[in-house]
Design a protein around this ligand. Structure first.
Ligand code: NAD
Length: 323
């Protein structure tokens, strides 16, 4: 019997498939601590980002052979520690690309059309549209930083708005994208009305938006981040915002999550925030659950490995180790 533990939210149909697999014994709970009695014997672990796979947990799971996260991000897993113990780690990087890209456009539209202020005004009984004049996207320039799965999907959607798009990604193979204008980071930022980040968190991307690079942004630009919070230096942003009243920000991710309700960010009317829900759609969760479960079954039956971590990319050497 292959003993597999499932922590966090997985779709019922995926769980059922796992539990009905011959040779598989599976136990699931929202919180991994509820499964403590099985830690000593489990070979497989299925998680989402709510479970931190760190040295402490790994010490208590001596038989663990495979960790599969039904997520695109993986900074909740200590990859080096897993690797040194010979534990295979996989993830589901394709399952929530659509959800994350759609959410990016939600953030962009919310900031351009002041949706938060609109609702707020109606709640207060105000119907004064003069203070709610927004911006069209048509003809505006969009800068995409990071042209991987999500950046490319965001690019495709930009065509529908007839936007001028420029991209910065020093690692992507540009050959399949002759139609894409690739530029340096500073050039993209200086020439874009809206700049959206879709990078992993590495030693290079941490604080990519800092005191220095914020000076490259147009006074009335919009900064969007649905990648990893630490890509933006919050201190730098907090001192930049009051001096630039036309500048707006739309964020799904924060250097430290959850973002405190006392955060100064929330005092600024030009900041639109969501609580890291880029991948949180019924469809995204369902696709990731099925994909992760299928990978677990394939590993238990045939030792099959796909979408293993760390990713096979040059920038992977620069990943910032997490938990
Ligand atoms: P990906 O690995 O497919 O793409 C990342 C791209 O960033 C790659 O093309 C890489 O070459 C590029 N890159 C690396 N270093 C760079 C640098 N210094 N400058 C510019 N580009 C650089 O990843 P993805 O699936 O597109 O995900 C992008 C980010 O979004 C990740 O951080 C992921 O964790 C995050 N994410 C967030 C949510 C959410 O809920 N908000 C959901 C899914 C993914």
């Amino acid at each position: 019997m292959f003993l597999c533990l499932v922590a966090n939210r997985f779709s019922q149909s995926a769980l059922l498939k796992l539990k009905q697999t011959e040779g598989m014994e599976a136990h699931s709970a929202e919180d991994i601590t509820e499964l403590k009695q099985f830690w000593g014997t489990a070979e497989g672990l299925l998680i989402r980002s709510g479970t931190k796979v760190n040295k402490k947990l790994l010490n208590e799971m001596p038989k663990l052979r495979v960790v599969i996260s039904a997520t695109s991000g993986f900074d909740h897993i200590d990859l080096k520690e897993c690797n040194s113990r010979g534990i295979t780690v996989m993830h589901t990087p394709h399952a929530n690309v659509q959800s994350a890209a759609e959410h990016t456009w939600g953030l962009i539209l919310a900031s351009q059309r002041k949706y938060l202020r609109c609702t707020d005004q109606i709640r207060k009984g105000n119907w004064q549209r003069g203070s709610l004049v927004g911006q069209e996207l048509h003809g505006k320039s969009l800068g995409i930083i990071g042209f991987g799965r999500i950046g490319q999907r965001v690019f495709k959607m930009a065509e529908a708005f007839d936007m001028k798009v420029q991209v910065h990604d020093p690692y992507v193979d540009q050959t399949p994208f002759p139609q894409v204008k690739f530029l340096g980071y500073e050039e993209v930022v200086r020439n874009s009305d809206i700049i959206t980040f879709h990078v992993p968190l590495t030693t290079e991307t941490k604080n990519m938006v800092n005191h220095n690079s914020l000076e490259w942004f147009n006074d009335s630009a919009t900064l969007v981040n649905a990648s990893r919070g630490a890509v933006i230096s919050l201190d730098a942003l907090l001192s930049f915002l009051p001096e630039n009243p036309q500048f707006s920000v739309a964020l799904d991710v924060f250097p430290s999550e959850p973002l405190s309700k006392e955060s100064q960010l929330l005092q600024n009317p030009n900041v639109f925030c969501t609580p890291h829900v880029g991948a949180t759609t019924e469809q995204g969760i369902a696709k990731a659950s099925v994909e992760a479960v299928d990978k677990m079954i394939a590993f238990s039956l045939h030792e099959k490995i796909s979408d293993s971590l760390p990713p096979n990319a040059i920038w992977a050497e620069k990943l910032i180790e997490a938990p």
